[in-house]
Design a protein around this ligand. Structure first.
Ligand code: ADP
Length: 477
C-alpha cells in the first residue's frame, strides 16, 4: 500500500499547532505497520537545518495561468526511513513565518497552498510515486481531492481528506478562483456564499473524509462552521479517528528538554522540574502551591476569554499560573499584563518554544484546556503522560480523552466542565485544587493513573490502514 501524505505543517520542520505533530507521528506509525508512506510539504526557510536534503530535480506547477518553477528536495522524518519531499518555490516559502505574522496569513496564501496541492499532484506524476492513496490534511491541501475528482490528479489514486480544524476553511475572494486552476465545470465545488472555499471542495470531492476524534465528527454535523449541509451530504464517508501521542517525543522518562526525568514509579524528578521552572520564570519557589499551566496558540477557539474572565478568581484560589503561547495580540497583552499584576504568581512566555512546552508539561500539577471547541487536542494527552492533571471543557476530542475524576471510586483522569462560562471553568479548577490540597494521596493516584494511560498512535494508525484498505480494496499493509 503506497500512501502520499500531504501537509502544510510537519514536525519538527514546521510547526504551528497539532497538525504538525500528527503529520509526523501518523506517517511514522503507518511506516511501522508496513505502509509505504511518503510525506510532502513545502520547503520553508530553515528546513534544511533539520534533515539532510537531496536535490531530486525541477518541477513545474501551474498556479493561475502561470507555470511556477519549483524544485523537489528529499529528506527523511527524523529517526525513520520515511521520505519527506519538500516542494521549493522560494518566493512563496522562503519567509520568516509559515502562514504569516501574529497569527495572520500572508496575502498570497491561496497561491502558496495551491502550489503545495498542485505541486504534490505533479510530484506524484512527474516522479512516478504512483500512490494508492493521497492523504490530504486541512484546507491547505483540500484542492487535491478536487483535482482528483476533475481528472487533473494522479491516475488510480484515491483521496482521504482529514479535517483537523473546521474553523479554518481557506476562504478567499471569489475573484481569485482562477489561481486554483480548477476548470469551469468544477468551480461550483469550491464556491460558498459568494466566496472561494477550498475546504468545501475537499469535503465534497474526497473519497473518504476523516476528522480527529469521534465526538468532533458528531459535533460538526450539528455545528459545522457553516458547512453542515456539505458534511451532512458526506455523512456516510465521515469517520472520526482519535489522534494519538508520539511517546518517542513526549515521554518524561527520556525527554531531553527536562531538568530531571521521571516516571510513575519515581516522581522526584517532577518536583524538581517544578522548582526549576519556578526559579527560571521568577515564580515563588513553593512546592506546595498548585501550578496551573497552558500551552496554546493564542486563538479565540482555545477559551482565553474564559481565562480572562476568571483570572483574578483563579489566582484567589492560591494557585500559580504559567502560560506559553503566541498569536492574537489581544491575548498576548492580557497575559503580559497579568504577569505584571501578579509578580511571582503568573508567568507569561509569549513565544513559541518546543523546549518550554515540554518543561511546562513536566512542571505543572494541573493543565488547563478550556476550549470553546477542540477537534482533538494533543496537549491534554501530553499532560496526562507528564502527570499534569487536565482540566478541560467537555467538547470534541477532550470528551474522548478526559474522564471526570471520582475520588471515592478512584476512577477518571481529570476534570471537566460543560458551560462556556468563566464560572464553570472556575468550578472545575476549584475541584482540582481542593483535591490537590485536601487529599494529596488521592491526587497522586489520579496523576499516576493518567501517566499510565496509553494514547499512543498504534490504534489510530491501524484504523487508518483499515480505511486505506477499504478505499483501495487491497488487503495488505
Ligand atoms: P491546535 O492544533 O489547535 O493548536 P493541539 O492541542 O492539537 O492544538 O496542538 C497544539 C500543539 O502545538 C501542541 O503540540 C502544543 O505543545 C504546541 N504549541 C502550541 N503553542 C505552542 C507554543 N507557544 N510553544 C510550543 N508549542 C506550542
Amino acid at each position: 500500500m503506497k500512501v502520499v501524505f500531504v501537509s502544510a505543517e510537519v514536525a519538527p520542520f514546521a510547526k504551528v499547532g497539532g497538525l504538525a505533530d500528527v503529520a509526523a507521528a501518523l506517517p511514522r506509525a503507518l511506516h511501522q505497520l508496513g505502509v509505504e508512506v511518503a510525506v510532502v510539504m513545502p520547503k520553508y526557510r530553515g528546513v534544511g537545518d533539520k534533515t539532510e536534503l537531496l536535490e531530486l530535480g525541477q518541477l513545474e506547477v501551474p498556479v493561475g495561468g502561470e507555470r511556477k518553477a519549483g524544485e523537489v528536495f528529499q529528506g527523511t522524518l527524523p529517526g525513520t526511513e520515511v521520505p519527506v519531499y519538500f516542494l521549493a518555490h522560494d518566493p512563496y516559502f522562503d519567509r520568516p513565518h509559515i502562514y504569516g505574522e501574529a497569527g495572520g496569513d500572508y496575502p498570497d496564501s491561496l497561491a502558496r497552498f495551491t502550489f503545495l496541492s498542485r505541486g504534490a499532484v505533479e510530484l506524484c506524476r512527474q516522479f512516478s510515486l504512483e500512490p494508492d492513496v493521497i492523504h490530504a490534511n486541512d484546507w491547505h491541501t483540500a484542492l487535491i481531492p478536487v483535482y482528483q475528482r476533475l481528472g487533473l490528479g494522479v491516475p488510480g489514486a484515491k483521496t482521504i481528506l482529514t479535517v483537523h480544524n473546521l474553523a479554518y476553511q481557506g476562504v478567499f475572494p471569489w475573484e481569485q478562483a482562477p489561481l486554483t486552476g480548477v476548470p469551469e465545470e468544477g468551480l461550483g465545488l469550491i464556491k460558498k456564499a459568494g466566496k472561494l472555499n477550498l475546504l468545501r471542495g475537499g469535503i465534497l470531492s474526497c473519497d473518504l473524509l476523516t476528522t480527529v476524534s469521534p465526538t468532533y465528527a458528531r459535533e460538526i454535523l450539528e455545528q459545522g462552521e457553516g458547512l453542515e449541509e456539505e458534511l451532512g451530504s458526506r455523512r456516510e464517508a465521515l469517520v472520526g479517528v482519535l489522534n494519538g501521542v508520539d511517546y518517542e517525543v513526549w515521554n518524561p522518562e527520556t525527554d531531553p528538554y527536562l531538568w530531571a526525568n521521571y516516571s510513575p514509579q519515581a516522581l522526584e524528578g517532577k518536583w524538581e522540574n517544578k522548582l526549576r521552572l519556578q526559579e527560571e520564570l521568577g515564580l515563588e519557589q513553593a512546592p506546595g502551591v498548585p501550578l496551573v499551566g497552558m500551552i496554546s496558540r493564542l486563538a479565540e477557539q482555545k477559551g482565553f476569554d474564559l481565562v480572562m474572565g476568571a483570572i483574578d478568581r483563579l489566582l484567589a484560589l492560591g494557585i500559580q499560573f504559567v502560560l506559553l503561547g503566541t498569536g492574537d495580540p489581544r491575548y498576548e497583552e492580557f497575559f503580559r499584563g497579568a504577569s505584571a499584576r501578579y509578580p511571582g504568581r503568573v508567568a507569561a512566555l509569549i513565544t513559541f518554544s518546543e523546549e518550554w512546552a515540554h518543561r511546562i508539561e513536566a512542571a505543572c500539577d494541573i493543565f488547563l484546556m478550556p476550549s470553546r471547541f477542540e477537534p482533538c487536542g494533543l496537549n491534554q494527552m501530553y499532560s496526562l503522560r507528564y502527570g499534569a492533571v487536565p482540566v478541560v471543557r467537555a467538547t470534541g476530542g477532550l470528551v474522548d480523552t478526559v474522564r471526570e475524576c471520582d475520588p471515592e471510586r478512584g476512577t477518571g483522569n481529570g476534570f471537566l466542565f460543560r458551560n462556556y462560562t468563566p464560572e464553570a471553568l472556575l468550578g472545575a479548577v476549584r475541584r482540582a485544587v481542593q483535591l490537590y490540597r485536601e487529599q494529596p494521596k488521592v491526587w497522586r493516584e489520579l496523576m499516576v493513573r493518567g501517566m499510565r494511560e496509553d494514547h499512543s498512535w498504534g490504534a489510530a494508525a491501524r484504523q487508518y490502514v483499515g480505511l486505506y484498505r477499504e478505499l483501495t480494496g487491497q488487503s495488505g499493509a
